[in-house]
Design a protein around this ligand. Structure first.
Ligand SMILES: *[C@@H]1O[C@H](CO)[C@@H](O)[C@H](O)[C@H]1NC(C)=O
Ligand SMILES: *[C@@H]1O[C@H](CO)[C@@H](O)[C@H](O)[C@H]1NC(C)=O
Ligand SMILES: *[C@@H]1O[C@H](CO)[C@@H](O)[C@H](O)[C@H]1NC(C)=O
Ligand SMILES: *[C@@H]1O[C@H](CO)[C@@H](O)[C@H](O)[C@H]1NC(C)=O
Ligand SMILES: *[C@@H]1O[C@H](CO)[C@@H](O)[C@H](O)[C@H]1NC(C)=O
Ligand SMILES: *[C@@H]1O[C@H](CO)[C@@H](O)[C@H](O)[C@H]1NC(C)=O
Ligand SMILES: [Zn+2]
Ligand SMILES: [Zn+2]
Length: 602
């Protein structure tokens, strides 16, 4: 029931210091020192959860206990407590439905659970439950072996919850070729291509400059008068929990059109829809998706756009339902049908069948240069349908292997587009593990990967026996969600080798832009990769040495400091949070963590 990005960005929780003190005194301290014991706290939570069904008010005590558990410092104890609490809660939900509870009773109970276990406002909880309820009930009613352990192991995989019945599925790989086919090089070596990378626009049709930017909902800046004038939503966007107004999108496209007349290709790696995921609808998502894609088409009539789906495009947000739901009202096939049609202006028509099947496709840019565009959102742990079936949804990874094997055979080079980056901690562990295996196997065919979703400017390096074999670039985000400066990026790509040789990252200072709403934001180049990090090129070898230099020079490490600053595009809001040595270690560790289970240990 929580909005997907809540865990990731952390900033959406608004901890109250007084509450924290109460938990520490009442719960954490006793938990760590053995009194009252863990079992007693779990029993208490279970009792309260059951009684919630009949409660008129949400007991504050329950919220406190759960938050207290999340604050436990000892990782093992915390994980055990979180997982067992989760299992108890879900057990109660399943039991209630199995005892013939009606949809109305379930809605009422889920609402109470949402209020008791999350920071969502009553309105947001109500919205989430109404949107989710039919899918939730479909899964409880139709999935025979649905267990609380399954729910918690998938949904709370970052707490290392375990499902003893989990199926460790694998995707078979063809053996490496005995002879490597020569690459197809139909283009003369010297020319470089310019590739625009845009990602995570998150258009908010309700954005209202001057409205309250500090509200109780998971997304603000749409209504209300701020108590404090400083909390009024900025004209061009806001560092608070807010998405993007239409006039900022308009400015983005006019700026790129004016300044970059030599674009060869455009990669758009998803997330058009705002984070107001408790009140989306198919109709409104459809309109927003059409509108934003129209901007691409109208601004760049002569440039091919390769778009992919973000997790937010669907309704309910993040859900991608399997074929078994096709004839029911919980199916999400509308989103595949919509983009099959909307993307067709850029794509060959033989992409239609895979897009309609699962939202992914492959297309040749020219002989020897292939795009593979994934719908990696299916691996997102908030995709409820993973609970129904987590084994390679839509057979996408199986398809990926076939496409890459054929590309390898034909001597083609591949650019891989995928919304969710490798190693993202909310990507299903098994999917992530198999994806990594596939990349390692076809590392010579894939010359670069392009991602979005985290809203962070970062890159990931695939190592095979310590040797760098592949790289994934994250285009960060145009949305400011949460606390970032908006950006776009332009890669220089070697026309012949199809490797990225450099990129330029463009931003504006949102604080400054908002000082004067009458003039357009002042875009500028924040950095060029090679210059910024003192590299001769962006070869895998150079990237590895950059990684090593960041790692070995710990304190006063200028490279790591730079990497940190650029992650949030040097926004005033982001720079306020200092990154100490531990924080730097974590972000550097993430560079070579290309699989969920490794990232969780960073
Ligand atoms: C590549 O260069 C050669 C010799 O300069 C020229 O004959 C050929 O047409 C060029 N090919 C392309 C695809 O530009
Ligand atoms: C696109 O191409 C057409 C035909 O070559 C040309 O008339 C038009 O000016 C181009 N538009 C842009 C925006 O470059
Ligand atoms: C969807 O179908 C289910 C089962 O047939 C039904 O109970 C539910 O009310 C329907 N929901 C809507 C919004 O029509
Ligand atoms: C794709 O295009 C070809 C040629 O224009 C046409 O014959 C074929 O029917 C099209 N297929 C689909 C699925 O639209
Ligand atoms: C952004 O602009 C504001 C207002 O002009 C300024 O105070 C601030 O220092 C700038 N931030 C950065 C990181 O340059
Ligand atoms: C650490 O940084 C310094 C200065 O930036 C550089 O000269 C040195 O080679 C780096 N050390 C390692 C082990 O890379
Ligand atoms: Zn996003
Ligand atoms: Zn996303």
């Amino acid at each position: 029931m929580t909005s997907d990005d809540q865990y990731q960005y952390g900033k959406m929780n608004r901890p109250n210091n007084m509450d924290k003190l109460v938990f520490i005194l009442l719960f954490i301290f006793p938990v760590l020192y053995g009194y009252p014991d863990k079992e007693e706290i779990l029993r208490e939570i279970n009792k309260e959860t059951k009684e919630l069904l009949f409660a008129d008010n949400i007991p504050r005590k329950l919220i406190d206990m759960v938050k207290g558990i999340k604050n436990i410092k000892d990782k093992t104890i915390r994980s055990e407590m979180v997982c067992r609490t989760c299992e108890q809660v879900i057990d109660n939900v399943i039991d209630l439905r199995k005892s013939e509870a009606t949809k109305d009773v379930m809605v009422d109970y889920l609402n109470k659970l949402c209020r008791a276990y999350t920071d969502n406002s009553p309105d947001a909880c109500k919205g989430y439950v109404n949107i989710d309820i039919d899918s939730v009930l479909f899964i409880i009613d139709h999935k025979k072996d649905f267990t609380p352990a399954r729910f918690c192991a998938i949904r709370l995989q970052h707490y290392q919850c375990v499902d003893p019945d989990a199926d460790p599925w694998t995707i078979p790989l063809p053996p490496p070729p005995s002879i490597t086919n020569p690459s197809v090089h139909p283009v003369n070596g010297t020319k470089e291509m310019q590739v625009l990378h845009l990602t995570d626009i998150h258009y908010d049709p309700l954005y209202k400059p001057g409205s309250n930017a500090k509200c109780a909902d998971p997304l603000c800046c749409d209504s209300g008068t701020p108590a404090n004038p400083e909390d009024a939503a900025g004209f061009w966007g806001d560092y608070n929990v807010c998405d993007t107004p239409l006039h900022s999108i308009d400015d983005l496209f006019s700026r790129i059109k004016e300044k970059h007349k030599n674009l060869d290709l455009i990669y758009f790696t998803g997330d058009i829809i705002s984070h107001r995921s408790w009140s989306t609808s198919i109709q409104e998502n459809r309109e927003a998706i059409r509108l934003v894609l129209q901007y691409f088409a109208k601004t760049f009539p002569n440039t091919t756009v390769f778009p992919i789906l973000g997790n937010h495009e669907s309704h309910p947000s993040d859900y991608f339902s399997p074929e078994v739901t096709l004839t029911t009202n919980v199916t999400t096939e509308w989103i595949f049908d919509l983009v099959a049609q909307e993307w067709s202006k850029w794509l060959p028509n033989d992409t239609q069948s895979t897009i309609k099947h699962g939202g992914f496709y492959t297309a040749l840019v020219r002989p020897g240069f292939r795009i593979v565009a994934l719908n990696s959102n299916v691996c997102f742990t908030t995709n409820l349908w993973l609970l129904y079936q987590d084994k390679d949804p839509f057979d996408q990874l199986l398809w990926l292997v076939q496409v890459l094997a054929l590309a390898e055979k034909n001597g083609e080079k591949v650019h891989l587009l995928s919304h969710v980056p490798p190693g993202e901690e909310s990507c299903h562990k098994q999917w992530s593990n198999q994806f990594k295996k596939i990349i390692l196997r076809f590392a010579k065919t894939i010359t670069a990967q392009f991602n979005g979703h985290t809203h962070i400017d970062e890159f990931r390096l695939f190592l095979d026996n310590e040797e760098p074999v592949n790289v994934a670039y994250n285009g960060a985000s145009f949305t400011t969600f949460v606390g970032y400066n908006p950006n776009y990026r332009i890669y220089q790509v070697d026309s012949s080798e199809l490797t990225v040789t450099n990129y330029d990252h463009y931003i504006y200072n949102l604080t400054k832009a908002n000082e004067n709403s009458n003039v357009p934001p002042q875009w500028f180049k924040l950095y060029s990769f090679k210059d910024a990090y003192g590299l001769e090129d962006l070869s895998l070898k150079s990237l590895k040495s950059l990684f090593i230099n960041m790692n070995t020079n710990n304190s006063d490490n200028a490279l790591a400091e730079k990497y940190y600053r650029y992650r949030g595009r040097e926004s005033d809001s982001y720079l306020k949070e200092k990154c100490d040595d531990n924080c730097k270690k974590t972000i550097i560790c993430c560079i070579t963590s290309v699989e969920t289970s490794t990232t969780l240990n960073c």
